[in-house]
Write a protein that binds this ligand. Sequence first.
Ligand code: FAD
Length: 408
Amino acid sequence: PRGVVVIGAGQGGLDTAAALRARGYRGRITLVGDEPVLPYQRPPLSKGFLTGDTSGADLELRPRAFFAAQDIDLVSGTRAARIDRERRTVLLETGATLPYDSLVLATGARPRTLPVPGAGSLSGVLTLRGLADAEGLRKRLTGPPRRLVVVGAGFIGLEVAATARKLGHEVTVVEAQSRALARALTPAMSSRLVAEHLGAGVRVLLGREVTALWGSAAGRVEVVELDGAERVAADLVVVGIGVLPNTELASLAELQVGDGIVVDAHLRTDDPDVYALGDCARFPSPHAGRHIRLESVQNASDQAKVVAAGICGDRVPYTAVPWFWSEQYGLRLQIAGLTAGHDETVTTGDPDGGRFSVFCFRRGRLTGVESVNRPADHGIARRLLASGTELTADEVRQPGFDLKTHAR
Ligand code: FAD
């Protein structure tokens, strides 16, 4: 037997290898990652790691000894260059060839770059995906106060803005859409988050487009140009305008690709020996009723279990309820389910006091709950969504409504 090769040693790749062993898989497991470090968590990179509260060692998902103990062959700092599906081998950029029975693509995603003049050539213009990016940003943010412009009011942009503000920098967030986190959050939640940023002294410019970056003679960014007119001074620009899934290997191998590597309910590509999961995979979601791609730790981790099961011959579909979290200032935001596409919302709790939940319904059915500093709501919502328990907007609107009474 040739064993399993996993390409990508991030959250999903590592969890697949670990889940295979946890299920008793005895074959060879090779985990190939192009980053020169042990697999690590990304979420702190835009939060505690930037302030120094979280160290590099704290980020490690498993200690080095785990890989030896579990007999997982970790090949770090090496890219997989090509897949030969006929021979069932993976060619590494080092020239080595790895044979496989099952192949797992867990290649993640990379930041989109800003398509405007200056963005590709000036120094001081950063994106944030990996540890190396975060180390570069941390070095700049732990120095003297700077004028930081964050392009994109998504989760990463807003988390970086919050962290930088805490560290005393002057922060401007520029977002092309008319509201923050338009794809991910309800209007009620995005305006509450923006209010928090404004209260902390962040300048938030919505519906404004960055049209160019200008720099010094030495090639350092100095100015962010908005809508071809206004100029905002900047010593540092962080671009957080979304990601592109890493699908090139799959495309080269002629697997089906389209904003992600297309997989079925068992996370198999159109080649039954090849699976894809995590940020790079486009899968049929029973919660969305269509194919989607999710970028979250939960999704990568839960999909890893489904892939490991499939490889071990236990074909379970991926049906886990999506969940996600973010931290900005003292607000811990948690999302259960999918809130996009809702047609009705009900807010409970105290938004101004920073403890509240937004219940989202589509055609009378609960599809997701966003909560801030209400972990009990989040936990119960996840269970309700998983069990398909009915909860109507009218019930939530009742005075004295308490989600706990629906906990079972
Ligand atoms: P990744 O973790 O990106 O791993 C993919 C790995 O594959 C990478 O190491 C990549 O370099 C490697 N790779 C790619 N191509 C090759 C190749 N050809 N050969 C070898 N290796 C290759 N999620 C949350 O749920 N909550 C959060 O608060 C949160 N915060 C985040 C903050 C930041 C700054 C970032 C960047 C992400 C955050 N996320 C958060 C998202 C979460 O980290 C991702 O969804 C998760 O890491 C996805 O796991 P993955 O295995 O699919 O991809």
